[in-house]
Design a protein around this ligand. Structure first.
Ligand SMILES: [Zn+2]
Length: 305
């Protein structure tokens, strides 16, 4: 079994961190992750620099990343302006996004879901002209912070529209971390009737501690792509202090122990997360990371240091 991990820490993770990292530190993080064996990295977003100061260096960062033939760098592209900026950088892949729930979409994008499609169509057109692949993100598929439960048909409708626009993959996001395995399986089974699972990625948040269980449920059903964030970087904007993205280390440990090879070196990911912890001035929530670091401290003490 081959699992593709998409590392979203530099974008989704950092965008929810208070401390703004220097571009050169972001490059170091990318290098550490690549050295660990990660090949798919979402590194930034070409939203207006005023919206997210953490990602204001999108273009500079894109130019400073090591150009490697076997590494895919992806960035979020919200609209034509973003596409024009991204198009002048060596970013290989773009991602467009919208919400499955109307209120979240309005708060996040300032448009109704229906009015968002023409904006995405413009991005898709620019991507096509440049031969760039585009992924689609659908947020709040398991629940909306304003509307509560989101009907499955609504999620499917948004997914189908995205596929019609030409995205090659859809990442289903549990934005507020409310899903449990039963809900994951229910939604994936419904999706499966319309969309091949090879085109679906799971983007789980660990806000309520169910992220790993949900990822496992998705794998059991046949999903082979998971979005994760090093150290579990990034909080939840709707639950201050709570964990956000599912941690790369936690998923890696689980996969390794289950005998699933990812080609990624867990210890090297932990070392990179440790660097991020120092920069962000806080302990990151990944349990596997914290246990790795505790063991390392113990071993050091054992040596008589
Ligand atoms: Zn996320």
């Amino acid at each position: 079994m081959q699992i593709k991990l998409v590392e979203v820490g530099l974008r989704d993770g950092l965008q929810n961190e208070r401390v703004i990292l220097a571009t050169e530190d972001k490059v170091k993080v990318a290098q550490g992750l690549i050295k660990a064996g990660i090949r798919h990295l979402e590194v930034t977003s070409f939203v207006s620099p005023k919206w997210i100061p953490q990602l204001a260096d999108a273009a500079q960062l894109a130019h400073q990343l090591p150009p490697l033939a076997d590494v895919v760098y992806r960035a979020l592209v919200p609209n034509r302006r973003g596409a024009e900026r991204a198009g002048q950088t060596p970013i290989h892949e773009w991602a467009v996004f919208l919400s499955a729930s109307e209120t979240h979409n309005r708060k996040n994008i300032n448009k109704s879901i229906e009015d968002t499609y023409p904006v995405l169509r413009e991005v898709m057109e620019l991507a096509r002209q440049q031969g760039i692949r585009v992924r689609g993100y659908v947020s709040t598929v398991f629940g909306c912070p304003y509307e509560g439960e989101v009907p499955t048909e609504q999620v499917l409708r948004v997914c189908e529209r995205l596929l019609q626009l030409g995205v090659y993959e859809i990442s289903l996001g549990d934005t507020i971390g409310v899903a449990t395995p039963k809900a994951v399986k229910r939604l994936l089974r419904a999706c499966q009737r319309h969309i091949p699972l090879e085109q679906i990625a799971g983007h789980f948040h660990d806000t309520r501690g169910t992220g790993l269980a949900n990822a496992y449920a998705a794998l059991e059903l046949g999903v082979r792509t998971l979005d994760t964030s090093l150290g579990g970087l990034g909080g939840c904007p709707y639950a201050p202090g709570a964990a956000g993205n599912l941690a790369t280390e936690d998923v890696l440990y689980l996969l390794e122990q289950e005998g699933i090879d990812t080609g990624i070196d867990l210890a090297l990911v932990c070392e990179t997360s440790d660097f991020v912890q120092t920069k962000c001035k806080r302990a990151l929530p990944s349990k596997v990371l914290q246990s790795y670091l505790a063991q390392k401290r113990d071993e050091k003490r054992g040596d008589g240091d």
